[in-house]
Design a protein around this ligand. Structure first.
Ligand SMILES: Cc1cc2nc3c(=O)[nH]c(=O)nc-3n(C[C@H](O)[C@H](O)[C@H](O)COP(=O)(O)OP(=O)(O)OC[C@H]3O[C@@H](n4cnc5c(N)ncnc54)[C@H](O)[C@@H]3O)c2cc1C
Length: 526
């Protein structure tokens, strides 16, 4: 798989290939849902086209809490089938992409024997259903051990904690790995190409890059709409399909220096409204999330509200013995919307996370809901349906067995500083070696983003290929100039274009901090 190269210098030729083919399947949307479907279908031997309106993972699939959940919460809802699926998907991801399924301890504080017993009963069932290996089973700890492991935890009212292993991922890189695997299996994939019309026998895709007047009429036997929060908008391209099926819920995350919130495990903390929030250690940072409130409008950069920020800060300060966090200490924040299937009358955090598939009278298949964690199983179900509907000759699904790009053995980075090595292997897995051979650092990463990872703008590198916008000091702004120079040299950017690319990223960063700058240190009710 190391040979996959998604080179953004071949966009014109890719539009021509989209125009020339008659595909079994056209996928609209390059988030985790569309990427997973394209990979599965291409690996079964179907001819596949995928068009993404912006960058791969530029919607919700780069704004999650970055957890591969085992499905414990479904147990509380009594949904055994979902628990089984989530638990086994977790193991599959670990097998095919160990760098994107990092085992990490999760810790739930308990307030009584009864609570601990209930949690343990749930975890036993989960471990049995999910075939969790002996060495990775949960553990109950008392107060003394809790204080030793997590000295920051305020323990008044607690009687101990339960520790259990879950997986953390990098959501945008998981999408990218699936997109690249789809391409390696023969799919024609293109970002910055929006489905602008449904033609009855496919879609018309148009470039959304500034100054690029390219487009293609993509002919396909079947079209799958995997446009996430934009699913209803794509459905509305068909006559008579203007109703609303989705409701959106906004979740934000705050990134703080790890030294400021030095947690060891991922802590599950109880917010004053009794919801759970997470404090997640990642390299030199700890991120805190998330909120769950209805949001109107499917925006790429959904604006948080001040109350979202205060909710997370105050809940963290209540659970951990830390000095109040000032706005200026927040390194970065991100916000995203969950594309949920509308369930009128329910609160945002009560709406089901199950996926649903609909077929319009015109034959458009739309999929929404669901989670990042079980994307592979969801894709398998959709591709089964595609095979049945199109009658295409197809091999059996193999996505559970073939490694994703980067999923082979990771290189030995023993000489490197541990945080840098963890970052590099977490993002690139076995492909970290190629970055090192090219000299390592920002320029090497940015070059690879262009030649192997389909990056067409500086934002693609800064936010989604390198995660520097969220997990680098000062939001990775220092990386912008060298990355623009390295990308510009390959993409033929003028000095003006390079400066514009940098300015656009700086504007995004400024905008994301708008609320913080407007009200430094402001205290409000959560
Ligand atoms: C705050 C938050 C935390 C979460 N945490 C977790 C978690 O920890 N674990 C987990 O498993 N799940 C989590 N989720 C859920 C998970 O992130 C989503 O279920 C998943 O990312 C949805 O993926 P998607 O591909 O359906 O949508 P998206 O990622 O939004 O992809 C849809 C894509 O379609 C594209 N598109 C739109 N219109 C067009 C068009 N006309 N033509 C072409 N392309 C188009 C968009 O640009 C977009 O890239 C979280 C979600 C949120 C919001």
């Amino acid at each position: 798989m190391n040979g996959t190269s998604l080179d953004s210098r071949t966009r014109r030729a890719t539009f021509e290939r989209l125009e020339a083919g008659v595909f079994d399947l056209a996928v609209i949307g390059g988030g985790i849902t569309g990427a997973g479907i394209a990979r599965d279908a291409a690996m079964r031997g179907l001819s596949v086209a995928l068009v993404e309106a912006r960058d791969y993972a530029s919607g919700t699939s780069s704004r999650s809490s970055k957890m591969i959940h085992g499905g414990l919460r479904y147990l509380a809802q009594g949904d055994v089938a979902l628990v089984k699926e989530a638990a086994s998907e977790r193991q599959i991801l670990r097998r095919i992409a160990p760098h994107l399924a990092r085992l990490t301890p999760f810790l739930i504080p308990t307030v009584s024997m009864a609570m601990a017993a209930k949690l343990r009963a749930g975890l036993w069932t989960f471990e049995k259903l999910g075939g969790v290996p002996e060495a990775e089973r949960h553990e109950a700890i008392g107060l003394a051990e809790l204080r030793r492991r997590e000295p920051l935890m305020r323990t008044d009212g607690l009687n101990g904690a339960i520790l259990y292993p879950e997986f953390l991922t990098d959501d945008a890189r998981l999408v990218l790995a699936n997109i690249r695997a789809a391409q390696a299996a023969g799919a024609v994939v293109l970002n910055y190409a929006a489905a602008a019309e449904l033609t009855g026998d496919g879609v018309v895709a148009r470039s959304t890059l500034d100054g690029e007047a390219l487009g293609a009429r993509v002919r396909a036997k079947l079209v799958v709409n995997a446009a996430g929060a934009w699913v209803d908008r794509v459905r509305a391209l068909e006559a008579g399909e203007g109703d609303t099926r989705l409701s959106l819920s906004r979740g934000i995350h705050l990134v703080l220096p790890r030294a400021r919130v030095p947690v060891n495990a991922t802590l599950i903390l109880r917010a004053p409204d009794k919801r759970s929030i997470f404090a997640v250690p990642r390299g030199a940072f700890t991120y805190i999330g998330t909120t769950d409130v209805f949001h109107h409008g499917s925006d790429y950069w959904p604006a948080p509200e001040r109350s979202d920020i205060d909710y997370l800060l105050r809940a963290t300060e209540k659970a951990l013995d830390i000095a109040p966090i000032a706005d200026g200490e927040i390194e970065a924040l991100w916000s995203g919307v969950r594309p949920l299937i509308a369930q009128p009358g329910k609160k945002a955090n009560e709406v089901s996370r199950k996926d649903e598939i609909w077929t319009s009278p015109g034959g458009l298949v739309s999929i929404a809901g669901g989670k990042l964690s079980a994307y592979r199983a969801m894709a398998e179900r959709v591709v089964d349906l595609v095979v049945e509907r199109t009658g295409a000759a197809a091999r059996a699904c193999a996505t559970a067995d073939v490694p994703l790009p980067g999923g082979e053995a990771a290189p030995d980075l023993a000489g490197m500083a541990p945080v840098a090595a963890e970052r590099l292997t977490g993002l690139y897995g076995s492909e970290a070696q190629a970055i090192i051979v090219d000299g390592a650092g920002v320029a090497a990463e940015a070059r690879r983003a262009v030649t192997h990872e389909g990056a067409a703008t500086l934002e693609d590198y800064w936010v989604r290929r390198s995660a520097r916008a969220w997990f680098d000091h000062g939001a990775g702004l220092d990386a912008l100039e060298p990355a623009a120079a390295a990308m510009g040299a390959l993409l033929g950017w003028s000095a003006q274009e390079q400066a514009d690319q940098v300015a656009r990223c700086r504007a995004l960063e400024r905008d994301s901090r708008r609320l913080l700058e407007a009200a430094p240190g402001m205290e409000m009710q959560a």
